[in-house]
Design a protein around this ligand. Structure first.
Ligand code: URA
Length: 222
């Protein structure tokens, strides 16, 4: 919750600066501390995310892309951030890379996309599809961590280097770590390539196929 607190503090400081303040006292912020605990249901959490203005991305978004799927999913997919199609529809992975992700889920894991839960590191589109900044990713992180806490997936598949990095804190490149298993916070995390990388590099599909085979085995055998 520290990131959320810092982001709110920074926002208040900018507001004061805008009003002409050059100095202020720390006690100003102690008087009216907002309740920073996040709700304990996905619906309420979504409501809160839809109203979020804690980072720059909120200024240019069309829709907040909260995430979607089975609230009791055994498996969660985490991407980087919404693209143009996702931003206009308010749903994750519904553009070209989403079509590929859906095929990967249905043809390799042999389950329906709706049985999984799909979310992103940031819930608003980074303009021009740039990589989210560390501030944006950290500010948005409490929402994702709460989603994970509520859904309690057994397996999390991170899609691409950015999702792996922010979910583990590890900066090792995706080429090196893809397909490796990481036990953390009660789930197994497995990084693989991002579907948009596969659209540009179709020959890497065989590696993702191998990674998803591992996922299937984990789903069946724990
Ligand atoms: N790429 C992502 O990382 N997430 C989406 O939702 C769509 C494209």
């Amino acid at each position: 919750m520290k990131n959320l607190k810092n982001a709110l503090l920074l926002k208040q400081l900018y507001q004061l600066k805008h009003l002409g303040y050059r100095y202020t006292s720390a006690s100003v912020f102690k008087e009216n501390e907002p309740n920073l605990s996040l709700p304990d249901t996905l619906d309420k959490l979504k409501e809160q995310a839809l109203k979020c203005h804690l980072c720059e991305l909120s200024k240019s978004r069309t829709n907040v892309v909260f995430g979607e799927g089975n609230p009791h999913a055994q498996i969660m997919f985490i991407g980087e951030g919404p693209g143009a199609t996702e931003d206009s529809m308010g749903r994750p992975f519904v553009g070209r890379s989403g079509e590929l992700l859906t095929k990967m889920i249905e043809n390799v894991l042999l389950i329906k996309r709706e049985e999984t839960y799909i979310a992103n590191i940031v819930k608003c589109r980074p303009p021009g599809n740039r990589v989210p900044s560390p501030t944006e990713a950290h500010t948005c992180q409490p929402f994702l961590l709460k989603q994970i806490e509520l859904i309690k997936p057994k397996i999390i598949v991170t899609l691409g280097g950015t999702a792996y990095h922010y979910m583990t804190g590890d900066e090792t490149g995706i080429t090196k770590v893809r397909g490796t298993l990481h036990q953390q916070n009660g789930y197994t995390l497995i990084p693989t390539y991002h579907p948009s990388f596969l659209l540009r590099n179709p020959s890497a599909k065989k590696e993702v196929f191998e990674d998803l085979k591992k996922v299937k085995e984990l789903m069946e055998n724990g």
